[in-house]
Design a protein around this ligand. Structure first.
Ligand code: NAD
Length: 297
């Protein structure tokens, strides 16, 4: 038996950088601070949404010199590519790993994983801003064994629900796009179905109660409609522009892989029309948009 005195190793946690403090990023950055990480954050919109306990950084280059791992929560693949390029080329950089929680699509994730000198973990999320705050958000991630092992403590700081889905960046994006295609289609279809039932004289609460105990149940009927539409809140924190981007990416990637896109075409057209008609609206406003009346219930 080993009776040598046990050495105490101080637990050293990496300094984490965060770029993109929007609806989702603000919540995730807050989770990292509450998990005990030293956090340095940047957003082109300024320091206003820097979580309490985190330090503001004026640029990606400055952040690259301060942090070991940088988490991204940015609008799309083009913005991520620009930020990752600035991180990779920063003089005297300390950053070695990127955890990308943005929805960027398969092609963009593969290209970001190819940036020299940085290990990239593709880690999109699902469950909304409310789920991020409750730590029930699903973080699906893909990357090499070494990269995933290295960033695991950071992923654990983001959410209590995580699943490694593959060893190649882009695989988590494929799953995220499949998820959002389902989510977008279900919410658009539920909007049509509820509008139909309301037109027949039924009240929305009854419609949702019965659907949720029947085979038409989905995250749209069980969560989005009761929380955002029935209450008239329409404040989920996810914009119609981002959902339009996701279904566009899904259709493009599915067409590239040669899988069916019949429904994807319809879903894409519905979300594109909504995003064009009401730029920046919460995505749950698809119900009044579909109903064509603008009323809450
Ligand atoms: P958002 O528009 O609220 O926030 C994006 C943030 O990025 C903004 O604060 C913006 O100022 C910042 N930004 C833009 N360009 C930048 C740059 N070059 N450098 C630094 N900061 C920059 O978007 P969001 O809802 O927080 O979504 C972020 C990502 O997460 C998107 O890819 C989205 O698809 C994904 N996502 C969001 C949700 C959600 O519920 N909001 C859910 C799942 C996935």
């Amino acid at each position: 038996m080993d009776d040598a005195p046990r050495r105490r190793h101080p637990v050293t946690r990496p300094v984490v950088g965060f770029v993109g403090l929007g609806n989702m990023g603000g919540a995730l950055a807050g989770n990292l601070v509450r998990s005990g990480f030293e956090l340095v954050a940047h957003d082109t919109a300024g320091p206003a949404r820097t979580p309490l306990g985190a330090r503001w950084s004026p640029s990606p280059a400055d952040l690259a010199r301060a942090a070991d791992t940088v988490v991204l929560s940015l609008p799309d693949g083009t913005v991520c590519a620009d930020v990752v390029r600035q991180l990779a080329t920063a003089r005297g950089r300390r950053v070695t790993h990127i955890v990308d929680t943005s929805t960027v699509g398969v092609t963009a994730a593969r290209s970001l994983a190819g940036v020299r000198g940085l290990s990239y973990v593709d880690a999109p999320v699902s469950g909304g801003v409310a789920g991020a705050r409750k730590r029930t958000l699903m973080v699906m991630y893909a990357g090499t064994d070494d990269a995933c092992a290295h960033v695991e403590p950071v992923l654990a700081g983001l959410s209590d629900r995580r699943r490694r889905v593959g060893d190649r960046p882009g695989q988590a994006q494929a799953l995220k796009l499949a998820n959002n295609f389902l989510s977008a289609t279900a919410l658009a279809a539920t909007s049509e179905a509820v509008a139909f039932a309301r037109s027949a004289g039924l009240d929305m609460e009854t419609v949702l109660d019965v659907l949720n105990a029947s085979s038409g149940r989905s995250a749209a009927t069980a969560d989005k409609f009761p929380a955002e539409v029935l209450t008239g809140r329409y404040a989920s924190g996810f914009s119609n522009a981002l959902m339009a981007k996701d279904v566009h990416l899904y259709g493009r990637e599915a067409a590239g892989l040669g899988t069916a896109t019949t429904l994807a075409e319809v879903t894409r057209a519905v979300w594109e029309a909504f995003a064009e008609a009401e730029p920046g609206a919460d995505f749950t406003r698809i119900y009044p948009f579909t109903r064509g009346s603008g009323e809450a219930s």
